[in-house]
Write a protein of this length. Structure first.
Length: 132
């Protein structure tokens, strides 16, 4: 148990959230009424971590250099004008996701998927199934 959440409770909560991704995204797209915003400003806000990925949206910070490819004006990476077009709302992009089983024993498709991976050495691909 982590804190006061059991593995079963955490799995159920995460499975429900992943199944409702489009609905959760739609809730984020709808602004809260002014009264709720005022109450939220007075409430203690806990720390929330998030990732600012430069390949998803322009954050003003590039972690990768934009190097010349075919000439001085042909740089690698997305052009700033490509990022200027608005993206469709997340609620139209996201789809429900099914949570993977926690262990190999719980996942009937794990070993066949490993066997089909070309990047895994052949002795491991062919021999792993025999260990189970």
């Amino acid at each position: 148990m982590v804190g006061s959440v059991s593995l079963s409770q955490a799995t159920s909560a995460l499975s429900a959230a992943l199944a409702d991704l489009p609905k959760l995204a739609l809730q984020l797209e709808k602004p809260k009424p002014a009264k709720a915003r005022r109450a939220a400003l007075d409430a203690h806000e806990s720390l929330v971590w998030s990732l600012a990925l430069d390949e998803v949206a322009d954050t003003g910070v590039d972690l990768r250099p934009r190097l010349p490819l075919a000439g001085p004006r042909d740089l690698t990476g997305p052009s700033p004008t490509a990022l200027a077009a608005p993206a469709p709302p997340l609620s139209r992009i996201l789809e429900p996701i099914t949570l993977d089983p926690l262990t190999v024993v719980d996942d009937a498709h794990f070993l066949p998927r490993i066997e089909s991976q070309p990047n895994i050495p052949a002795p491991i691909r062919s021999g792993l199934m025999q260990l189970y």
